[in-house]
Design a protein around this ligand. Structure first.
Ligand code: ATP
Length: 232
């Protein structure tokens, strides 16, 4: 069953026409990657879904209902969580308090459950958010999104700016999160990271979907990778 359908959206920044008819379809329980070079429109697609930069044309349906025209907080309340590109933790609050302030007490993710997935957060639960390393802040940002109990989790370039060994750790932790059956749409420049986590991919180029298919097919498609993903 589709949980999210993005149908032919056109999104602008002022006069600048950035998304030219993007369509996506995500099934419940899937992990899907949104790939493409810098400036292809990945973040703008997430911002369109979240109502932060609402599309001027097209339709977005979440759990069977249109969400176009809703405010970002209303869309979040319907069950879409975001891990934004710029990590979002309160530097002056402890790790535990960072989680508590967004926690949905009736949700499926208790504090203990996120600590089980991210043991480093349990270990540093009394430390201030601002004292964490970049990788730990990314984990806390993901934990904060999970405890809001989203039905769909959007992750914008989770591996960006992290050292290779931290990226490997994060990949393994995120893989544990995905094993819980949560539905995920993640953007990445790091194709290896996306290849290991996602089942399916959409590739954006110049604000439109240039390719869609299974990750396994994509991994074997050197021409597609060369045309739309490789740097340089
Ligand atoms: P990146 O990896 O750089 O985030 P991306 O695929 O997420 O790339 P977007 O950030 O969606 O790409 O950008 C798509 C296009 O929209 C780019 O040409 C970018 O310059 C433009 N753009 C992004 N944000 C704005 C903005 N606030 N105002 C005007 N143009 C913007």
């Amino acid at each position: 069953m589709s949980i999210l359908t993005v149908d032919d959206i056109h999104t602008y920044y002022g006069q600048s026409h950035v998304l030219h008819g993007v369509s996506l379809d995500i099934e419940s329980g899937e992990s899907v990657a949104l790939l493409g070079r810098n400036g292809a429109g990945k973040t703008t697609t997430l911002r369109s879904i979240l109502g932060m930069t609402p599309p001027r044309e097209g339709e977005i349906t979440f759990k069977g209902e249109p969400i176009d025209g809703l405010e970002p907080y209303q869309i979040a309340r319907r069950g879409i969580g975001i891990v934004p590109e710029e990590r979002r933790v309160f530097p002056e609050l402890t790790v535990g308090d960072n989680i508590d302030v967004v926690m949905d007490d009736d949700g499926e993710w208790s504090k203990d459950r996120v600590y089980d997935v991210f043991p480093a957060l349990r270990e540093h639960q009394d430390q201030l958010g601002g004292q964490l390393s970049g990788g730990q802040q990314q984990m806390l940002t993901i934990a904060r999104a999970l405890v809001t109990d989203p039905d769909l989790l959007l992750l914008d370039e989770p591996s960006e700016g992290l050292a290779p060994n931290i990226v490997a750790d994060l990949k393994s932790l995120l893989s544990d999160v995905l094993d819980t059956g949560i539905t995920v749409l993640l953007t990445e420049q790091n194709t290896e990271f996306a290849f290991d986590l996602a089942e399916r991919a959409y590739i954006l180029s110049k604000g439109d979907v240039a390719w869609r298919g299974d990750i396994e097919t994509l991994q074997e498609s050197d021409d597609v990778i060369g045309k739309y993903l490789s740097v340089g």
